[in-house]
Design a protein around this ligand. Structure first.
Ligand SMILES: Cc1cc2nc3c(=O)[nH]c(=O)nc-3n(C[C@H](O)[C@H](O)[C@H](O)COP(=O)(O)O)c2cc1C
Length: 216
């Protein structure tokens, strides 16, 4: 079993290191971010696997944008210029098309059109959603936090509108990703089907598997 220390990682081939480091944290959520350019003329769509829940009240979601020094990041530019964006779950049937949104397109290319993804506008929300996604989240940008160590940027936004397919949510608000055919991402190019295997009660110390009732 290979063991690497940080010096080994530093001198490793860049692509191999990138594959390893992107893969070691396990399955990541698969989402497409929808935006519009400044003049609201060009639709943009980009796959992002770094989306993370930041809080429920208010509903906050973050994601990490790569550094902007050498390459223009249309998603980041659009979000910072327009203030709105959408987060859309990726299903297995659109995973391939979603993957190709990661290509470096020129800024006058409609990435929905180019990747054969259908846009949808909901409730006068100003930017496009992905029509077939079972979970669609309309976001307003709150802040961009630069991570000094590697110049990546944590984009934080609040949920303004939310659309969830009836087929995947129950009365308690539990969401079943398997029923939605939603996929997961390993590394930067591995796509997984998700299978729900268990559901557990709220964890209390007295219900833990190793708990022994003392004195009873
Ligand atoms: C599976 C996968 C996950 C990705 N996740 C991210 C991410 O979390 N953050 C990011 O900045 N780029 C991520 N990318 C790269 C972007 O999709 C890519 O840079 C894309 O060109 C951005 O498009 P834009 O210039 O229209 O914003 C990912 C790419 C792939 C294939």
């Amino acid at each position: 079993m290979p063991k690497y220390n940080n010096k080994d990682l530093k001198k490793m081939d860049r692509i191999k290191r990138l594959n390893i480091i992107n893969g070691i944290t396990g399955v990541k959520p698969a989402n497409l971010i929808g935006t519009l350019n400044k003049k609201h003329e060009i639709q943009n769509c980009a796959i992002m696997s770094s989306i993370v829940h930041l809080g429920s009240d208010p509903g906050l979601i973050g994601f990490i944008s790569r550094p902007t020094a050498e390459i223009r990041r249309h998603t980041l530019e659009n979000i910072e210029e327009n203030g709105f964006y959408t987060i859309n779950s990726i299903t297995n049937d659109i995973a391939k098309r979603a993957h190709y949104t990661s290509a470096k397109f020129e800024d006058d290319i409609d990435e929905f059109e180019r990747c054969n993804l259908e846009p949808e506008y909901l409730s006068e929300f100003p930017v496009p959603f992905v029509k077939t996604s079972p979970i669609k989240i309309g976001m307003r940008h709150l802040e961009s936090v630069k991570i000094e160590k590697n110049q990546t940027i944590l984009i934080i936004g609040e949920i303004k509108i939310l659309s969830i397919s009836d087929l995947i949510i129950d009365d308690r608000g539990y969401i079943n990703l398997e029923k939605g055919n939603i996929c997961g991402i390993g590394g930067l190019n591995q796509y997984y089907k998700l299978e729900k295997t268990h559901e557990y009660e709220y964890a209390r110390p007295e219900n833990t598997p190793g708990f022994k009732k003392l004195g009873n």
